[in-house]
Design a protein around this ligand. Structure first.
Ligand code: SAM
Length: 224
């Protein structure tokens, strides 16, 4: 099987990614964080950029991030050291092999799952969605956010440049974003197909929208 992205892509991207957050990305992270509650798991967490906002939500009791990239995990752990008020952990693991026993050491699973901009990179999206489904509590929620074909990165860059041109990591962030988005093996699926897939796995649809990134993101709120 060929993989959508080589693992080096995420390791090389990690520092630029943590250091650069355009306001559209921040707005998205805050919106997802505001929906979270209880024990939260972030599937494909990267550098855990959303974690401070998740942990700041009074309804949240703890945060677990999972990612396969060694550099992303290293930076996520460093990042979380600055927000020690609630329990958090980052597990280095492929989502293809997760189950309740290897990622959740307490009772019966996570209350709330989220996955932002990771699905498009998964070699077998349905297999991973099934794994995620089984790591959540029987009344758990899951928010899945992933780009579709309408995502126009070039159109979003001028605004990001106005905000971040003085950030020393900005140009690297732009170059790597371009090369990541130019990969034609990425799974940029439309909303109908995504809805069919998540239903096939067992999720129920609570809400779907395309209000972020100028309609370039599919945003799904799902229940068990
Ligand atoms: C663009 S980053 C997004 C990170 C984070 N969700 C965010 O929005 O800040 C995509 C992440 O998905 C992770 N990823 C992709 N495929 C994965 C897999 N099969 N198992 C675990 N992590 C994966 C990558 O390592 C990378 O850190």
């Amino acid at each position: 099987m060929t993989s959508v992205y080589k693992k080096e892509v995420w390791n090389e991207y990690a520092m630029n990614f943590l250091a650069v957050t355009p306001s559209k990305m921040l707005e998205l992270n805050k919106a997802v964080a505001s929906l979270a509650y209880g024990e939260v798991c972030d599937f494909g967490c990267g550098a855990a950029k959303i974690a401070p906002f998740v942990l700041d939500n009074a309804k949240v009791t703890g945060y677990t991030g999972i990612d396969s990239s060694t550099e992303m995990v290293k930076l996520a752990r460093w990042h979380l050291m600055h927000f020690p008020e609630k329990p958090s952990q980052v597990i280095q693991e492929y989502l293809e092999v997760i189950n309740k026993a290897n990622i959740y050491q307490k009772e019966d699973g996570f209350d709330f799952g989220l996955s932002i901009n990771s699905y498009y990179a998964w070699d077998q999206p349905e297999a991973i969605l099934t794994r995620i489904y089984h790591t959540l509590k029987s009344n758990g929620r899951f928010v899945l956010v992933t780009p579709n074909q309408q995502l126009d990165m070039e159109a979003m860059l001028p605004e990001a440049r106005r905000e971040l041109v003085a950030n020393p990591y900005f140009e690297g962030f732009v170059d790597q974003n371009r090369s990541i988005s130019e990969n034609n093996k990425a799974h940029l699926v439309d909303m109908d197909m995504l809805v069919e897939q998540v239903r096939g796995v067992g999720f129920k649809i609570v809400e779907v929208n395309q209000q972020f990134y100028d309609r370039g993101l599919n945003f799904l709120v799902l229940s068990h």
